[in-house]
Write a protein of this length. Structure first.
Length: 340
């Protein structure tokens, strides 16, 4: 993609005004590169057709020339966007990926309207592909317990990994939020941690005494090791063996190892502990608004997915306690099996 000023202006807006993470900004950039390549390719095809027509009609050289990318973006219509959706469909992208790419363009063109580059958003009339409803995976209490007890507690790396997984489950924070924790973010007396979430929004998350104990145990190991290593970052909570901040990828690798050791589903991720936290909170009687705040969700609709999990769980419990031959009269009547 050629150097396009308005694209770079948008990416700067995401990073410096909206405070999006570097990873999220890269995803937006990749989506825009793909879209811009589509516009450029489409413009080339139209230019070629114009030149062919001009040659056949012997009317001299074609008057239509290739348009600069910035102008292509500005003059793009709803039909251009729909054509792009067709291309994505032909490439067999999943509905969720297509929806994400469309959301990127929706935000991009909304920004262009805001900055007066265009007067209306051409993406508004493009319908988002209907998503397949996928309920997030979560672990049962027994499986969580087995996973958390897997790391050895008698060495500093094992103590660290146990503290990491305990913290993820006890607070429901994201892996990126855990990676960004500093020592001063843990309030042992108040039993809370200070979390910097998406868009650099800060919140306070309660943390259980068990998780605090594992952090305290890890800190004792960590401090002893730091005394003999000047490279240890004194402010970071969870560090790697070199004393530097632990990456989200490293957290995933550590968890993969313990899932295998515990004999649990290898498809489980650190994010599954967040899902498990939310599901168990709702099963325990917490209201949806409280869970929304604990998870740091901007929209309640994002949190509502967990109500499906808890509802399904309640149905399972109900079915076990009410066999088919022992259903209440009202339920039997609704199914057409009248008792009369």
């Amino acid at each position: 993609m050629e150097n396009c000023a308005i694209v770079h202006e948008f990416l700067d807006y995401l990073k410096f005004e909206k405070h999006f993470s570097e990873h999220t900004a890269k995803c937006y950039n990749a989506d825009l590169v793909q879209y811009c390549n589509f516009l450029t390719s489409q413009n080339h095809q139209q230019s070629d057709k114009s030149q062919d027509w001009s040659s056949q009609s012997q009317a001299g050289p074609a008057t239509q020339t290739e348009t600069k990318l910035e102008q292509l973006i500005i003059v793009a219509t709803t039909e251009n966007l729909r054509s792009y959706m067709v291309v994505l469909n032909d490439k067999q992208y999943s509905k969720s990926t297509t929806a994400r790419k469309l959301a990127t363009l929706r935000s991009f063109y909304k920004f262009l309207v805001k900055r007066s580059y265009i007067t209306s958003n051409p993406v508004t009339a493009v319908r988002t592909p209907k998503q397949e409803k996928k309920l997030p995976k979560f672990l049962e209490y027994e499986d969580v317990k087995r996973l958390l007890e897997t790391p050895p507690a008698d060495n500093w790396l094992g103590a660290r990994d146990r503290a990491i997984m305990e913290t993820l489950y006890s607070t429901g924070i994201r892996v990126s939020e855990l990676s960004g924790l500093n020592i001063e973010d843990v309030d042992f007396l108040g039993e809370v941690i200070h979390v910097r979430g998406k868009g650099k929004k800060e919140r306070i998350a309660p943390i259980g005494s068990s998780a605090l104990q594992t952090i305290q145990s890890y800190m004792e190991f960590r401090n002893k090791r730091a005394q003999n290593n000047s490279n240890f970052d004194s402010k970071v909570l969870f560090v790697n063996k070199h004393g530097k901040r632990l990456s989200t990828r490293s957290v995933r690798r550590k968890m993969d190892k313990y899932l295998k050791m515990a004999g649990l589903d290898p498809e489980i991720s650190p994010h599954t502990l967040r899902h498990s936290f939310a599901t168990h909170m709702l099963n325990g009687g917490a209201d949806l608004r409280s869970v929304q705040e604990l998870l740091g969700h901007q929209s309640l609709s994002t949190t509502q997915v967990y109500t499906h999990l808890t509802t399904n769980k309640l149905k399972e419990v109900y079915d076990k306690s009410h066999p088919a031959d022992d259903r209440p009269i009202e339920q039997a009547d609704q199914s057409g099996d009248s008792p009369w």
